[in-house]
Design a protein around this ligand. Structure first.
Ligand SMILES: NC(=O)c1ccc[n+]([C@@H]2O[C@H](COP(=O)([O-])OP(=O)(O)OC[C@H]3O[C@@H](n4cnc5c(N)ncnc54)[C@H](O)[C@@H]3O)[C@@H](O)[C@H]2O)c1
Length: 330
């Protein structure tokens, strides 16, 4: 069986990144099963709509299952018989994780362990984990490098992502599971989560309301277009890791941090409207900058982000305007 026709179990496929990846996997010829509990972190109607749109790419199996429910997950895996697991389901978001650390821990760490157990039991060939740039925390050494072992996450969300990466490593060591952790850097594009800056700001600009600017607006983010992230995930399916220790971490970013003030200016251009701004104090848990060193991903995965921010924002605003009337507010 060619690598493009493998049976893939994708968790979080109803979400923002997962739904784009699902489209690409189906088009690539994979036999796809999605596990997602369509949770209410933001309007589940958006996720149901994503699931419907994935259907335009082709057929797939869907299991409405909570990854914390080991028995239900096992039953889904029995039907999906996956050769590869791509695990993106998570409670996302830095700020809400400070309010609900135990929930984040149970979904992001406990849920990942449940999936690693499935991978072990079903002798899965490869486990790809959707990690986050937030694991780097506050560090003076930019751009962020995968080899940096002195990283200290500063939010429960970030800590759960690092803990889950460590669990992946442990399963490689104990059972020889090939595990690849991909640290995504602030992903944007059509279907983006409504809690993320670009989506939130666009909604406020479009309705003439002020956007909250935390701190002095100098905060930098390495915004990465979702198609580039999807290309990186797909490349990680082709990559042959060292058989003696098949564990790797890759940054998937754009390697071009953009200040908040610059983002707002670019959004003004993309929307053709002036943004009103409200200055607010810095938020706990927010890191001052994210900036990916992508040399390793370039070298080993052939990863090369292609989408300039100007184009990416234009695509996002076009999607936002076309979908605004047909989705519930979150
Ligand atoms: N969007 C970003 O900028 C970004 C950056 C870094 C890392 N990530 C990671 O990428 C992944 C996807 O993020 P996203 O932005 O698409 O988020 P999203 O919230 O749109 O997608 C996550 C999906 O997981 C599902 N889910 C949540 N809890 C679940 C549970 N208990 N059981 C089953 N499914 C559950 C949700 O219903 C949702 O469809 C997450 O792991 C996130 O931490 C995202």
């Amino acid at each position: 069986m060619g690598s493009n026709s493998k049976r893939i179990l994708l968790t979080g496929g109803a979400g923002f990144i997962g739904s784009h990846l699902a489209d690409a996997l189906i088009r690539r010829g994979n036999e796809l099963s999605i596990v997602d509990n369509v949770d209410d972190f933001y309007a589940s109607s958006r996720k149901r709509r994503n699931l419907q749109e994935i259907g335009n790419a082709g057929s797939y199996q869907f299991f409405e299952v909570d990854i914390r429910d080991r028995d239900a997950l096992r039953k889904a895996a029995e039907r999906a018989t996956p050769e590869v697991i791509i695990h993106l389901a998570a409670r996302a978001g830095v700020r809400p994780s400070i309010e609900q650390p135990a929930l984040y821990e149970s979904v992001n760490v406990g849920g990942t362990v449940n999936l690693l157990e499935i991978a072990r039991e079903f002798k899965v060939q490869r486990f790809v984990f959707g990690s986050s740039s937030s694991v780097y925390g506050v560090t003076n050494s930019v751009p962020f490098c995968e080899e940096d072992l002195s990283i200290r996450p500063i939010s429960p969300y970030a800590a759960t992502k690092l803990a889950a990466e460590l669990m992946c490593y442990t399963y490689t060591h104990l059972y020889g599971l090939a595990a690849i952790c991909l640290r995504f850097f602030t992903v944007y594009g059509p279907r983006q989560r409504p809690d993320l800056a670009i989506h939130k700001f666009t909604a406020l600009i479009e309705s003439g309301k002020p956007i909250p600017v935390y701190g002095n607006g100098s905060m930098g983010r390495d915004y990465t277009y979702v198609d580039d992230i999807v290309a990186g995930v797909i490349a990680s399916l082709e990559y042959a890791p060292d058989p003696k220790q098949p564990f790797e971490i890759f940054n998937l970013g754009n390697s071009h941090p953009v200040r908040l003030t610059e983002l707002i200016a670019q959004l003004e251009m993309a929307t053709g409207k002036k943004a009103l701004q409200e200055r607010l104090p810095e938020q706990p848990g927010d890191v001052p900058i994210t900036w990916a060193n992508i040399d390793k991903a370039k070298r080993l995965l052939g990863y090369a982000p292609k989408t300039a921010m100007e184009q990416g924002l234009r695509n996002f605003v076009a999607w936002y305007r076309s979908s605004i009337n047909s989705i519930e507010p979150s």
